[in-house]
Design a protein around this ligand. Structure first.
Ligand SMILES: [Zn+2]
Ligand SMILES: [Zn+2]
Length: 258
């Protein structure tokens, strides 16, 4: 399994940096996990506009999904459009939320149907098979319907927190994973808003508690001290850890090459 960081800027895009988006590849299948501001630009740069095989969205905050509106334009109006619909796994409200995000006025919002381009699948607390991947989605602690994912193929597992505060769902999906891709949105402090994000320390504690083989720290906002967040995560985890950057690639499985 190969992971490519398409974007990792937390909460908003940063200067020259896309928000959340990750390409997970195995057996020739391209699964894109989250599709925030700027991610479609980076994806096209690497692989053109139409080569992804499915899209999986953790939740519907713009920094994780808003480029779906641009992908809709590309797949609908490109002079040589793809002939098929793109499978899109997301919270149940995705069809109406993307119609509202794309439409320029209320009239179009109420009549627009994006299902000519996307094949919508509603996520829940369940296991789905997407191409060669088994994906376990677990509800996590965030102020909207939001999921963390446990993505497995060929005996190796990548766990991804999406956005979440500490919660039992995260421990479930991370347990024994080869790699944990964890958000860490701020440094640790007792007065942080609960059920919203992980601190660096909490990301490290999650990785340690769940026995993850490797920790990749992501989703640090541009206004936050990246190195301070990462230092907390490293200290709490004690295992191999990386503060990811856009464009990074990781092999999950036989070797641990970067
Ligand atoms: Zn976010
Ligand atoms: Zn969020």
């Amino acid at each position: 399994m190969k992971l490519t960081v398409l974007g990792c800027s937390g909460s908003i895009p940063g200067p020259g940096a896309a928000a959340s988006g990750y390409l997970v590849e195995a057996a020739g299948f391209r699964l894109v996990v989250d599709f925030g501001n700027g991610v479609f630009a980076r994806y096209q740069q690497l692989h053109g506009p139409f080569t992804m095989d499915a899209l999986l969205l953790s939740h519907l905050h713009p920094d994780h999904c808003i480029d779906v509106t641009a992908l809709y334009v590309a797949r609908r109006y490109h002079p040589e459009p793809p002939g098929d619909r793109l499978p899109l796994y997301a919270p149940a409200e995705a069809p109406s939320r993307f119609a509202a995000a794309y439409a320029p006025n209320e009239l179009e919002r109420d009549t627009l149907d994006l299902s000519d381009v996307f094949e919508f699948h509603a996520l829940g607390e369940k296991t789905v098979h997407i191409g060669p991947f088994e994906v376990v989605s677990a509800p996590v602690a965030h102020p909207c319907e939001a999921y963390g994912f446990r993505i497995s193929h060929g005996g190796v597992t990548l766990a991804y927190t999406g956005d979440s505060g500490p919660c039992p769902g995260l421990d479930t999906i991370v347990r024994g994973a080869d790699v944990l891709l964890s958000e860490a949105s701020w440094t640790h402090a007792e007065d942080r808003v609960p059920d919203l994000h992980l601190s660096g320390r909490q990301a490290g504690e999650l990785a340690a508690r769940a026995g993850a083989g490797r920790l990749l720290v992501t989703h640090v906002p541009p206004w936050t001290d990246r190195e301070a967040v990462f230092a907390e995560a490293q200290a709490a985890y004690g295992g191999p850890a990386v503060l990811v950057r856009e464009g990074d690639t990781f092999t999950i499985g036989e070797s641990h090459g970067d």
